[in-house]
Design a protein around this ligand. Structure first.
Ligand code: C2O
Ligand code: CU
Length: 536
């Protein structure tokens, strides 16, 4: 029998008092410990909170000229197919750290060349995996057969080549490509595997006149901006540690544009079109100029907008693109920045980077600028998907590791949609956090956000939309089998997912197939799809 039990059974005050004292002492020290622990934790949280905010405004030297990804070479085969080659490889890059950074790239050490093709053209891309692990290449925003999509079902083993081919069958726009291996997309993209894929349409709605009136000299007055954030450790390696409180994944503390740290762009024309791509894995940018100058939004993910829209700020979540036209006077200077996330995004969490301010790119106008024509008043017809044609409504609740409470399963089809049909997809945040939603193969129309008309920058064709907590997004999506796709049962599926890549990797992804009319269904009924690697 130990002293405590003894004392509890005892009734003699003489023996009780020391026990009570001991108890008091024990309880007291425990309390003290708790107070200290809570205090320490509090301090630690306060320090982490203070450190979590990144502010590089005024601290970037802008001493390197902006690199512009080269246009990928291609050859045209006798049947008219345009053929590109892309090799995924390892290398080293100067990302502004103390030492060279080990990176991955396409046909180079970091990022990849810009692919460019014209509506109606047949293309083939010979994708060779020169890495030491399997990966894929997905054509983000492209309308193409599911076997060519480069999602997690089209893994390319090291040392092999995969050659998807399709016909370009959509309006002129700014797409991009990046790996999509299930569970590892964030790490492959963060190491540098990303590139632009531009589409042209010489017969646009005005017989090619719109494209000709917009700035269109690649690398001169039509410049891609692949924007990424990165954090480097002392050895110059990319640090993908996530802050303990971050729910979005690893955030960087410096910005690269086309892989250039601290870049400036020498502006030589009155008007320059910048094709902005948020190629970050986790960070949402609120782009604005240091002098609050206005710019014209001319294109969104899937094509030109109806007419140029004047804005002084634009928010892009990971994966989204915007084409903007900036007008400069000779000798002008301004800095493209990322500002704190506007309140309407409802986040406001310091640990998800919402409070951060980042210098991105300095624009320096030359003393003489090439004249540019005024912007056309009308650019393209508005998205012609009519929500009243919808044959089905599906709802998607996105959380950080699941959609509708289900985690991604390569063997489960989550939706069977019918060829030629329009559906309403209602998407909301299921956990109070900011997400976004990307659907493969299609460009859709945003019908409403939080029950209201969508903001001006979400009225054109989109393939990725922000999903703000409390503001459900209603999409009207038309599914058409692309040329060359059969819709036969058992074919490869397309993906839909959150493009905050940590969420995608953790399971916030689902699969859909496009099937012949009459065979659609609401939920998972299809048998598991074979997941063989398509390597030739
Ligand atoms: Cu940009 Cu499914 O990806
Ligand atoms: Cu998400």
């Amino acid at each position: 029998m130990d002293a405590t039990q003894d004392s509890l059974s005892s009734t003699t005050p003489r023996r009780r008092r020391p026990v009570r004292r001991t108890l008091l002492l024990v309880v007291g020290s425990l309390l003290l410990l708790v107070i200290l622990a809570v205090g320490g934790l509090g301090t630690w949280i306060a320090v982490s909170f203070a450190n979590a905010r990144v502010d590089t405004v005024g601290e970037v030297d802008f001493d390197r000229v902006l690199a512009v990804p080269r246009l990928a070479e291609s050859r045209v085969e006798p049947d008219g197919t345009r053929v590109f080659s892309l090799r995924m490889q390892e290398g080293e890059s100067d990302l502004g750290g103390e030492r060279p950074t080990p990176t991955w790239g396409f046909a180079g050490a970091y990022l990849g060349p810009t692919l460019r093709a014209t509506r109606g053209e047949k293309v083939r891309v010979e994708v060779t995996n020169g890495l030491s692990e399997p990966s894929t290449v997905h054509w983000h925003g492209m309308h193409l057969p599911p076997e060519m999509d480069g999602g997690p079902h089209q893994m390319v083993e090291p040392g092999t080549t995969w050659s998807p081919h399709w016909v370009i069958d959509q309006p002129a726009t700014t797409l991009w490509y990046h790996p999509h291996p299930h569970g590892a997309t964030a790490s492959h993209v963060r190491r540098g595997l990303a590139g632009m894929f531009l589409l042209d349409d010489p017969a646009d709605s005005a017989g090619g006149r719109v494209g000709a009136a917009l700035p269109h000299r690649y690398g001169v007055d039509d410049v891609p901006l692949v924007v990424q954030d990165v954090r480097l450790d002392d050895d110059g390696r990319i640090d993908d540690q996530e802050s303990l409180f971050s729910s979005v994944g690893a955030l960087g503390d410096r910005v690269l544009v086309n892989g250039t740290p601290g870049p400036y762009d020498e502006v030589t024309a009155q008007r320059t079109r910048y094709r902005l791509l948020n190629a970050s894995t986790a960070r949402t940018y609120t782009f604005a100029f240091s002098d609050r100058r206005e710019f014209a939004l001319v294109g969104t993910d899937g094509g030109l907008v109806e007419r140029p829209v004047s804005l002084d700020q634009i928010v892009l979540t990971p994966g989204e693109r915007a084409e903007i036209v900036v007008t400069m006077e000779p000798g002008d200077r301004t800095v493209l920045r990322s500002e704190p996330l506007p309140d309407r995004f409802g986040g406001g969490s310091r640990f998800t980077g919402d409070d951060d301010r980042l210098d991105v790119l300095e624009l320096r106008a030359a003393d003489r600028l090439d004249p540019s024509p005024p912007l056309p008043r009308r650019l393209a017809p508005p998205p012609d998907v009519d929500p009243s044609d919808a044959v089905r409504t599906r709802t998607f609740q996105v959380s950080s590791n699941a959609i509708n409470g289900r985690r991604m399963d390569m063997g489960r089809i989550d939706a069977q949609v019918e060829d030629g049909s329009t559906e309403i997809w209602d998407v909301s945040s299921g956990d109070g956090g900011l997400h976004n939603f990307h659907v493969h193969d299609v460009q859709f129309r945003v019908v409403s956000v939080g029950g209201r008309t969508p903001p001006v920058d979400e009225r054109g064709w989109k393939d990725t939309v922000p999903v703000r907590p409390g503001d459900p997004v209603r999409l009207a999506v038309r599914f058409d089998l692309p040329p060359g796709a059969s819709g036969a049962p058992g074919g490869a599926p397309y993906m839909f997912h959150c493009h905050l890549l940590r969420h995608e990797d953790s399971g916030a992804m689902g699969q859909f197939v496009v099937v012949p009319p009459g065979q659609g269904s609401d939920t998972a009924t299809a048998p598991p799809t074979p997941t063989t690697a398509h390597t030739h």
